[in-house]
Write a protein that binds this ligand. Structure first.
Ligand SMILES: *[C@@H]1O[C@H](CO)[C@@H](O)[C@H](O)[C@H]1NC(C)=O
Length: 218
């Protein structure tokens, strides 16, 4: 573990609103933070994706992302395409995986099918230059993926509700619970970088260590 880090609960609870019916390539309301003065060096959250739309079209992608302006995007989450059989999902389930978009394109860890009320554990940890995404359901690891961007200097954190091609939008609420963001150095102004989309509800960010090596929980 990094010798000195800032740990932000950010936030304990985010409820992202719905994308209204859309034509193509649209983004739903996001909760985003950054850039930080130092680097983003880790995060964890519990993600509940909500019921997938009944009439699936390709594609709706919900993820938790960290990146900086020049890095790849670390983005574990759930996907719904018109045909989700590639992960064994039924029409009422999502395909869940670790995922990375960077030089060389999109890379995905193993896929599993999950229902909308599944509590998905998502953690991104850094060791040297290597990021590891760990996706869990019920404490069991279901998908992992590594990438090599190193500490995300001037990095940020955000929820992604991505609606591409013929996607019609979300039809349920997404929840991101007990989200924690680890920073390489104190940045008390990090909460001031918050961007909140229309309809997003959240509890304020907290830090109790002022940049020192102490944990805190909401
Ligand atoms: C993003 O982080 C990488 C890895 O530390 C760093 O090399 C790069 O300069 C950073 N980009 C920006 C825009 O800060």
């Amino acid at each position: 573990m990094h010798p000195a880090f800032v740990k932000f609960i950010a936030p304990a609870c985010v409820l992202a609103g719905l994308i209204s019916s859309v034509a193509a390539d649209t983004w739903g309301p996001a909760f985003s933070l950054g850039p930080t003065k130092g680097a983003v060096i880790g995060t964890s959250t519990t993600f509940i994706p909500g019921t997938p739309p009944a009439d699936a079209e390709t594609g709706l992608y919900l993820w938790i992302g960290i990146s900086n302006a020049t890095s790849g995007l670390i983005q574990s989450g759930v996907d719904q395409d018109a045909d989700n059989s590639y992960c064994g999902a039924t029409a009422t389930e999502w395909c869940l995986s670790a995922s990375y978009f960077g030089v060389g394109g999109q890379f995905n860890g193993p896929y599993v099918a999950v229902s909308g009320d599944t509590e998905i554990g998502i953690a991104y940890t850094l060791s040297g230059q290597t990021w590891t995404q760990t996706v869990t359901v019920g404490g069991k690891v279901v998908s992992t993926l590594t990438s090599e961007d190193g500490p995300l200097l001037n990095g940020g954190w955000g929820t992604g509700t991505e609606c591409q091609q013929n996607c019609k939008g979300t039809t349920s609420i997404q929840k991101y619970l007990n989200s924690v963001i680890y920073l390489s150095e104190p940045d008390e102004s990090f909460p001031n970088t918050l961007g909140v989309g229309q309809g997003v509800e959240y509890t304020p960010m907290e830090t109790t260590d002022g940049g020192r090596n102490r944990a805190y929980y909401h």
